[in-house]
Write a protein that binds this ligand. Structure first.
Ligand SMILES: Nc1ncnc2c1ncn2[C@@H]1O[C@H](COP(=O)(O)OP(=O)(O)O)[C@@H](O)[C@H]1O
Ligand SMILES: [Mg+2]
Length: 291
């Protein structure tokens, strides 16, 4: 009987680069683990001592179902990260709360209604990015140049008509040369960083499950570390969130200072392969939660 179940999804089979590294590290640590599809009704989640969410990437189209599943699992065993955390983190409106707390978040206009669209699109003169509040893997995330504000409005209107809240942000073009930096924290402790090339450098994206990404090892700067550490402190001290894993995605603002694009507490790829010992550290933190 595996003590640990790793929650994945059918579409992720063979596509999660972290999974074989994590399974090997867990085995190395003497822990039995297996992978299961969160949407498979035949899985006995309660038979595991802990369920660790990893590549559940298809939850975006059925978030309510996913969160209901998380609550059911949590009723019978330990779920990491917990259902409350998933509920908060699967809607990017958490970014507004982090901005209110004083953290440097990418400037964002929040759209709940078609009436909000014109002002949001008029707020920035250059390229803008329009994306839904519930998304992952850059799905439905589109960049529009200034000449295409009508297209941007139509796209935002379509998302709103589907009942989805929408974000508009300025396109941060230093990303094209400097890339995005992800900081990975395991049990609140900094583990490693990676670089991700700009995904919208060429405009629109239409990935199936997630966008193809170019990932490299990267050393976080002191400034990036400070922002990442501040995010983790905010989570712990003001929200009581002590995540098993957290990924803070940073992009360079116009002056080069790091801005928070996303704080991923749900199903972040951790790119364990870019840093020596990262898989072993994750396995150890899971083992520690088992007591
Ligand atoms: N404001 C922005 N400026 C530049 N690029 C952006 C911006 N917002 C998103 N992107 C690009 O789109 C990708 C996906 O957007 P993100 O906000 O991380 O959503 P998710 O990863 O949840 O789909 C980012 O990794 C980045 O390459
Ligand atoms: Mg992202």
């Amino acid at each position: 009987m595996p003590r640990i179940l790793i929650a994945s999804c059918a579409g992720a089979a063979g596509r999660d680069d972290d999974e074989p590294l994590l399974l090997a590290a867990l085995a190395e640590a003497g822990l039995t683990a297996a992978t299961a599809d969160w949407a498979d009704p035949g899985v006995d989640w309660g038979s595991a001592d802990v369920v660790v969410i990893r590549s559940t990437w298809d939850y975006v189209e059925r978030r309510d179902e996913f969160l209901a599943w998380a609550r059911r699992v949590e009723a019978v065993t330990t779920l990491l990260n917990p259902a409350d955390v998933l509920t908060w983190n699967t809607d990017k409106r958490y970014l507004a709360e982090l901005a209110d707390a004083g953290l440097p978040v990418v400037p964002t206009a929040w759209l709940a209604d078609a009436a909000d669209v014109p002002a949001a699109l008029a707020r920035w003169a250059g390229d803008v990015v329009v994306k839904p509040a519930v998304s992952a893997g850059a799905r439905d995330t589109v960049r529009f140049p200034p000449a295409e504000r009508a297209e941007a409005a139509a796209f935002a209107g379509r998302l709103l008509a589907e009942g989805r809240a929408v974000l508009v942000q300025p396109y941060l073009d230093r990303l094209d040369t400097e890339g995005e930096t992800g900081l990975v924290y395991l049990d609140g402790t900094y583990s490693h960083a990676f670089g991700k090339a700009a995904l919208l450098a060429g405009g629109r994206l239409a990935p199936d499950l997630f966008a193809e990404e170019t990932i490299t090892a990267r050393t976080a700067t002191d400034g990036q570390r400070r922002v990442g550490d501040d995010v983790l402190t905010e989570l712990r001290t003001r929200r009581g969130i002590e995540p098993l894993y957290a990924r803070v995605d940073l992009v360079p603002g116009p002056d080069g200072a790091p801005l928070v694009l996303e704080v991923e507490l749900t199903e972040p790829s951790l790119f364990l392969h870019v840093a020596d010992g990262a898989a072993a550290r994750l396995a150890a933190t899971i083992g520690a939660r088992l007591g």
